[in-house]
Design a binder for this molecule. Structure first.
Ligand code: H79
Length: 607
C-alpha cells in the first residue's frame, strides 16, 4: 500500500503516473519550479454555492477519456507511443488529415450507455465527466460547428453523450463534460499544433468564435443539466476568453461548475495538477477535485495495463476526502466502447468497499487531526472516521490530544464495538483478525464534534516505521519560501513535490513540530537535490541542544522534463528523553549559497 505522504512520492518517483496540465502550453521551457498553491475558501454566487455543496457531498467521480485516439490505442504507423494515448497526434506529429482518418475506422459498436452507467453506479461514483472534445479537436457529440464529430464523421453515427446523458439521468448519476478550449490540433486556428500550422498565422479569436462558443453552447443546451465543464490547458489564452466562456456557461446553466483550468483565475473550484492530491498543510479550505488516471494513460492504450490496485484507489479517495476534496478517477474505454477489464474489476471492488464504508466518504468534511502515522481521518459532525491505511505493529491506533469525550468506537464494517482508552489522547485496540489489506474504517463518536487541531505536528512512535516530515508541512522562517518542483517519471509522466527556497543563512530555518509518544532514538535522513555549487555546504539538524551537522553532496540540477535525482542522506540520531512535543529544525551553518533543495526529513526508530 502506498502512503500518500512523502513515502508515496518517493515510490512514485520510480513507479507512478501523470502529467501536469497547466504548463503544457505557455510555460517558459526553462521553468523548473512553480509557485506552491494554497487552497482557500472563496465566496461564490448563490447558485454556485449550492452546486458546490452537492459537489462536496459527492466526493467520488469517474473521469472518462474517450475519442478517436482510443481506436489507435497508442499506436500509429506501426509505432508505439508510451503514456498518454490522447496525445498521440502531437507525439507523432501526425498531420490532421492522416490523424482524422482514425474516425473512419472508429465504430464503437459495443458502446452501451446503460451498461456504462450501471458500472459507474455500482462502482460508487456520484458523477461522471467525459471528454466531449480533447486536444485533437474531434467532438464526441453531434455538432453543427464542426464536421469532425462522431455523428457526422464516423460510420457509428450515434451521439454517445446523448445516450450517456439519458442513462445518467435515469440512474441519478451526475454528468459533466471535459472540453479542451485552447488546444485544438486539427483546426488551423486552434492552439497547440506547431508541426502543421504556423503559430504566427493562428487566428485564435476566429477559432474561439466559430468553434468553442458554438460547441460549448451545444453542450450546455442539448444534454440536460450538467454538474461541471472541465476545461483544460488554457495556455496563453487571454482573460477575455476565459471571461466569455464563464459568462456563456453561467448564462445557460447557472449551477454548472467550472474548474480552475478555464484559466485566468475564473473557475469555481480548483483542479490541482494532474495526479496530485494537495498536501494537507496547503489546504485551508476551499473546493477542489483531484484527477488521477487508473493506469498511466488517460485515453485507452493497448499496451498499458498498469492499473492501480483497489487499495491504492481507496487510499487516494480517503486521502482526498480527509483533505476536504473530491477524487475523480479516469479510465479510457477502448475503440469498441468497452471499459478495460483490468480497470473495471478494480473499480467494482472499490464500489464494494464503498457499499460498506461509503458513510466515511460521501458528505464528510476534512480531518480535524494533524498528520497521523496510521492513516487519515474524515469527519461528520460528532463522528470521526479513522481510515487505517498502515496498521501499527502493536495493533493500537492512537489519536494524540483527542480531548473530546468519546462515547463509542466501532468498526464501520460490521459495527463491532472496539475497546478504547482515553487519557492522554485516544487509544483504540484493533481486532486481531482484521485482514491486513483492508482499509479499515473506525467510527469514533464523541459528545462534541472533535475540534480542529491540525497544527499539533506529526506523531513519532516506535510502532510505526519511518516518519516523513515533508517541507510542505514545515514552519518556514522569514525569507524562506515554499515552491513546487516537477520530476519526470517516464516519457510523459511527471510528479509534483515541494521544496524551499531562501535557506541561505544561519538566521533562516525550516522546522517541524513532532509529538513523541514514547522516549527513544530516531535516525535522521535528509532527502534533497543539490547542484555542484551547493556541494560541500554545511547544515545542521537541531532539536533542543542536540545538533547534528552534515555536509551537502551534489545530485545534479533540477531540469524541466527530466527526473530529479534526490540524495537520501543519513545525518545522525536524535534522542527524545520523554513523551511530548519537540521542534526539529534545519539551518545552514554559514551564509552563502542556498543550502540545498530539500524535500523532506525522515525520522526512523533507531532503538
Ligand atoms: O486530459 C488529460 C491530459 O491529456 C491533459 N490533462 C489530463 C486531464 C493534459 N494536457 N496537457 N497535459 C496533460 C500535460 C502535457 C504534458 C506534455 Fe507531453 C509533456 C506535453 C508535451 C510534453 C506528455 C508527453 C504529453 C505529450 C508528451
Amino acid at each position: 500500500m502506498i502512503r500518500l505522504t512523502v513515502s508515496a512520492l518517493v515510490l512514485a518517483l520510480m513507479t507512478s503516473t501523470s502529467v501536469q496540465a497547466q504548463d503544457a502550453v505557455g510555460a517558459p521551457p526553462e521553468q523548473t519550479r512553480f509557485k506552491a498553491q494554497v487552497y482557500e475558501p472563496v465566496q461564490h454566487d448563490a447558485a454556485t454555492t449550492q452546486a458546490l455543496a452537492r459537489f462536496n457531498n459527492d466526493r467520488y467521480a469517474m473521469f472518462i477519456h474517450w475519442g478517436i485516439y482510443a481506436q489507435a490505442g497508442g499506436v500509429i504507423r506501426g509505432k508505439r507511443f508510451y503514456g498518454a494515448s490522447e496525445w498521440l497526434m502531437q507525439r507523432s506529429k501526425t498531420p490532421s488529415a492522416e490523424y482524422l482518418a482514425l474516425a473512419e475506422e472508429f465504430n464503437p459498436v459495443d458502446f452501451d450507455a446503460k451498461a456504462w452507467i450501471r458500472t459507474i453506479k455500482a462502482a460508487g461514483f456520484r458523477y461522471v465527466v467525459i471528454t466531449a472534445k480533447h486536444h485533437d479537436g474531434f467532438a464526441m457529440f453531434k455538432s453543427a460547428a464542426s464536421k469532425h464529430n462522431i455523428v457526422d464523421g464516423t460510420r457509428f453515427g450515434r451521439d454517445p453523450l446523448k445516450e450517456l446523458a439519458e442513462a445518467a439521468k435515469a440512474e441519478g448519476v451526475g454528468l459533466g463534460f471535459y472540453y479542451s478550449q485552447y488546444q485544438d490540433w486539427t483546426e488551423p486556428n486552434g492552439g497547440g499544433n506547431d508541426w502543421e500550422f504556423d503559430p504566427k498565422k493562428t487566428d485564435f479569436d476566429s477559432y474561439f468564435n466559430t468553434k468553442v462558443v458554438p460547441q460549448v453552447t451545444e453542450l450546455l443546451t442539448n444534454y440536460g443539466p450538467l454538474r461541471e465543464i472541465w476545461f483544460d490547458t488554457p495556455g496563453p489564452m487571454a482573460p477575455e476568453y476565459s471571461k466569455r466562456l464563464r459568462e456563456l456557461v453561467k448564462k445557460l446553466q447557472p449551477d454548472c461548475l467550472l474548474n480552475s483550468r478555464i484559466g485566468n483565475g475564473l473557475g469555481d473550484y480548483s483542479s490541482p495538477s494532474d495526479s496530485e492530491v494537495p498536501p494537507a498543510s496547503l489546504v485551508h479550505g476551499g473546493d477542489w477535485e483531484s484527477v488521477f488516471t487508473h493506469n498511466r494513460s488517460w485515453g485507452y492504450s493497448a499496451f498499458d495495463n498498469d492499473f492501480k490496485s483497489t487499495d491504492t484507489l481507496i487510499e487516494l479517495l480517503a486521502t482526498s476526502a480527509s483533505r476536504g476534496g473530491n477524487f475523480m478517477l479516469n479510465m479510457g474505454p477502448d475503440g469498441r466502447g468497452r471499459f478495460p477489464e483490468g480497470a473495471q474489476s478494480r473499480l467494482l471492488k472499490v464500489g464494494d468497499w464503498l457499499k460498506v464504508n461509503g458513510e466515511s466518504i460521501y458528505g464528510t468534511t476534512r480531518s480535524p487531526l494533524p498528520q497521523t502515522p496510521w492513516g487519515v481521518a474524515t469527519q461528520r459532525g460528532k463522528r470521526l472516521y479513522l481510515h487505517v491505511l498502515d496498521r501499527p505493529a502493536d495493533g493500537v491506533i492512537r489519536v494524540p490530544g483527542l480531548t473530546e469525550a468519546v462515547t463509542k468506537v466501532t468498526l464501520l464494517a460490521g459495527g463491532a464495538a472496539l475497546p478504547f482508552k482515553q487519557g492522554d489522547g485516544l487509544a483504540i485496540t484493533l481486532p486481531k483478525d482484521a485482514t491486513p489489506s483492508d482499509d479499515l474504517v473506525i467510527a469514533v463518536d464523541t459528545r462534541e464534534p472533535v475540534a480542529a487541531r491540525r497544527d499539533q505536528g506529526a506523531v513519532l512512535s516506535p510502532v510505526y516505521g519511518r516518519q516523513p516530515l515533508d517541507v510542505a508541512d514545515a514552519v518556514l522562517s522569514e525569507g524562506v519560501g515554499l515552491e513546487a518542483v516537477k520530476t519526470q517519471l517516464s516519457v510523459d509522466d511527471t510528479r509534483k513535490y515541494y521544496t524551499v527556497v531562501g535557506l541561505d543563512d544561519p538566521a533562516k530555518s525550516i522546522a517541524w513540530t513532532v509529538q513523541v509518544e514514547r522516549p527513544g532514538d530516531y535516525h535522521i535522513d535528509l532527502q534533497y537535490s543539490a547542484t555542484a555549487a551547493q556541494a560541500g555546504r554545511e547544515g545542521v539538524v537541531e532539536m533542543n541542544d542536540q545538533k547534528r551537522a552534515f555536509g551537502v553532496v551534489e545530485t545534479g540540477k533540477i531540469e524541466r522534463r527530466k527526473p530529479v535525482f534526490l540524495a537520501f542522506q543519513p545525518v545522525g540520531i536524535l534522542h527524545f528523553d520523554k513523551p511530548g512535543r519537540y521542534t526539529v529544525a534545519i539551518r545552514p551553518q554559514t551564509a552563502g549559497q542556498e543550502l540545498f533543495a530539500i524535500r523532506a526529513l525522515y525520522l526512523t526508530p533507531a532503538n
